[in-house]
Design a binder for this molecule. Structure first.
Ligand SMILES: [Zn+2]
Length: 262
């Protein structure tokens, strides 16, 4: 019993991390498993959703993503970086975007109607990349599983070769669990602020983030997009961005302007 307790304490200590903004978080699900879950979900979406056929639109999204990732690496070099990032534009009318553990980013073509400028698109992509860098998916899944997350760690890394599939089934984890659920408000706020710093550093005018949320509010819609999923009221979201705007504008003035308008 004592050995089990010591093991639990060791696991909890190992899972206690800090996000890039310095917030403490508990992430107990093994990272390779998070990456697998993200890749499985992305592969399923690619089978189910049509990919956008407009090459100019895809090129614009890829340009913004490239610039934003480069800036994020400079801004948060200590974060846990995926091996590679991949972005796909899906032909879907809802104004949405998402990023999965392992660095898979999906953008709906409908987002391009609401994010009117490359800088507004950069605000969304920066926000999504921030969710990945701050390991929000793992934190959320850990909260949701509770003690099961610890069992998962023990099961996957115990000496006996525990087959993964039956274990995941026993714990009630499908490939999509922890991926499709909305983020908490804390996560949304952290992703907003990290995203603002990232877009500014990439050379996109940070004030465009406020314009984006105004457009989002105007677009409305019954299905809230991922990045509005726990919808802190637009006004409070904008107020928090405004509070961080001075430092974002300093970053922006020091950055070379990004050019993804083409
Ligand atoms: Zn979000």
């Amino acid at each position: 019993m004592r050995a089990v307790l010591l093991l639990l304490i060791a696991l909890l200590l190992a899972g206690c991390e800090k996000t890039p903004t310095g917030r403490s978080q508990l992430t107990l699900v093994p990272e390779p498993l998070m990456t697998d879950l993200g890749q499985d979900s992305f592969a399923r979406m690619r089978r189910q959703l049509p990919v956008a056929s407009d090459p100019a639109m895809t090129a614009r999204v890829q340009c913004v993503t490239r610039e934003v990732i480069q800036a994020a690496r400079a801004e948060y070099p200590e974060a846990d970086w995926p091996d590679a990032w991949e972005v796909v534009v899906f032909a879907e009318p809802s104004p949405n975007a998402f990023a999965l553990p392992g660095g898979r980013i999906g953008v709906h073509s409908g987002l391009l109607r609401v994010a009117e400028t490359p800088a507004q698109l950069a605000a969304v992509i920066g926000h999504e990349i921030a969710h990945v860098l701050a390991d929000h998916g793992n934190e959320r899944l850990t909260q949701q599983l509770g003690i099961k997350a610890v069992l998962l760690v023990v099961g996957l890394f115990s000496d006996g070769d525990v087959p993964r599939e039956p274990l995941l089934r026993a714990l009630g984890i499908g490939a999509q669990l922890g991926i499709a659920l909305p983020f908490s408000r804390t996560h949304e706020e952290e992703a907003d602020l990290m995203g603002l710093a990232i877009m500014a550093r990439a050379g996109f005018d940070p004030r465009e983030s406020v314009a984006l949320w105004r457009n989002m509010a105007a677009a409305g819609g019954s299905q809230p997009p991922e990045f509005l999923s726990t919808h802190p009221a637009h006004a409070s979201r904008i107020a928090r961005l405004e509070a961080a705007m001075a430092s974002a504008e300093r970053r922006f003035r020091q950055a070379a302007p990004a050019d993804c308008a083409g």
